[in-house]
Design a protein. Structure first.
Length: 175
């Protein structure tokens, strides 16, 4: 082997070592520094599509290592100021077990405009708050092809009237 090939092999090996080395500064970012009780929130499904005037049910699962009797309350951020009714069932609850299931009802009222956004669902207990994203897509209540079909039908009728025209009866003349 040549010297340049050995050099490339050494540099490649060094790059792999540097990439795989568990750098303390990078791991410190992802590790939790809290040794206290833990609170987690799972939103399922994490994305919903709602027709205007309809509603969607979202399951919320709160998993915690907090002491029984602690209170957890749900809230939300990021919904438009009008056009939506957001209901948590229950809004607040007292912990009696480590895993609690709840329901979130998201209703797109007739005032809701077709749109796509991501809201944050929050669970708060004491001074600890966790959030989980919920992506909402609002679609019109009627299929978009229905108005286009009406427009197409209008032009077909107008076209037939222009090109075919009404039938005229021919008068016979007697000699």
């Amino acid at each position: 082997m040549s010297r340049s090939h050995d050099w490339r092999l050494f540099v490649s090996f060094l790059c792999v070592i540097l990439l795989l080395y568990p750098w303390p500064a990078l791991n410190a970012i992802s590790r939790s520094t809290s040794n206290g009780p833990n609170l987690n929130l799972i939103v399922d499904p994490s994305a919903v599509t709602i027709k205007v005037g309809d509603r969607a049910l979202v399951n919320l699962t709160t998993i915690t290592s907090m002491a029984p009797g602690s209170t957890v309350c749900y809230s939300q951020e990021g919904f438009p100021s009008s056009g939506f009714n957001v209901t948590f069932l229950p809004t607040c609850f007292s912990l009696s077990q480590t895993k609690v299931m709840s329901v979130l009802i998201v209703e797109a009222t007739p005032a809701a405009a077709p749109q796509n956004f991501t809201a944050a669902i929050l669970a708060t207990s004491g001074n600890q708050t966790v959030s989980a994203p919920l992506t909402i897509t609002v679609v019109p209540a009627i299929s978009p092809w229905i108005p286009w079909a009406g427009i197409l039908l209008f032009f077909v009728v107008i076209g037939l009237a222009l090109f075919v025209g009404p039938r005229r009866s021919k008068k016979r003349t007697n000699p």
